[in-house]
Design a binder for this molecule. Sequence first.
Ligand code: Z5A
Length: 212
Amino acid sequence: MKKRGKFITFEGSEGAGKTTQINLLKEFLSARNIEVITTREPGGTPLAEKLREIIKHFQGSEIVSDKTELLLMEAARIQHVQNVIEVALNDGKWVICDRFYDSTTAYQGYGRKMDLDFIRQLNAFAVGETVPDLTIYFDLPLEQGFERTRKRYADKEVFDRFESQKIDFYRRIEQGFKDIVRNNNERVKLIDASLSIEEVHQQICRLVNEQF
Ligand code: Z5A
């Protein structure tokens, strides 16, 4: 039987640099002959990607309840864990995932002000034993993240359901992530995401070398 792979998740606010760094970590690990898959949430399977589209871009006069958003996130996660993450880990591959259940705690729990204990139970129901071996939290002042994504927004006429939220929503999420880091200090490690792309990459490589 193959040795089970490692499961690494990246968390942080919008524009923190997660996607950029996931690609660099994949290159770093591949150069060490480690088989890696990269994936994202919500999404990662055909059905979960359809749910992502609905979660992010549903338009029309019908109001999307926060409860619906939460359950769609978890439904997408169940598909993803079962059909992609577990399969890869059991096959000895490492999995790097852009956001995972800490985002649900931060966005739906702190951001949408939904019951944190209920979210903890739902997260556990969705993932079972599939918990990350390491979570890297990208610490970046909100304004700096907004500045990084500003160019992307300049050409946009329609914003998705998260991009159109007010600053208070994002402040609550930031607080949520800070609490998650403090309460899970064995699993969740904070890096300074305000540095250059190369310096952030070096911090991540150091962490990965230390942990595994
Ligand atoms: N969501 C949720 O509510 N509940 C959940 O359970 C889950 C998710 C799983 C997914 O959106 C949304 O779903 C998200 C939370 C919610 N909504 N929000 N906000 P997404 O996947 O579209 O968005 P994102 O995860 O926030 O990713 P992002 O905006 O693409 O940011 P990123 O991946 O962290 O950053 P990046 O694309 O790598 O970099 C952004 C720009 O900065 C880019 O131009 C880079 O070239 C630049 N960059 C990157 N690093 C640096 C450094 N170090 N210096 C300078 N510039 C840099």
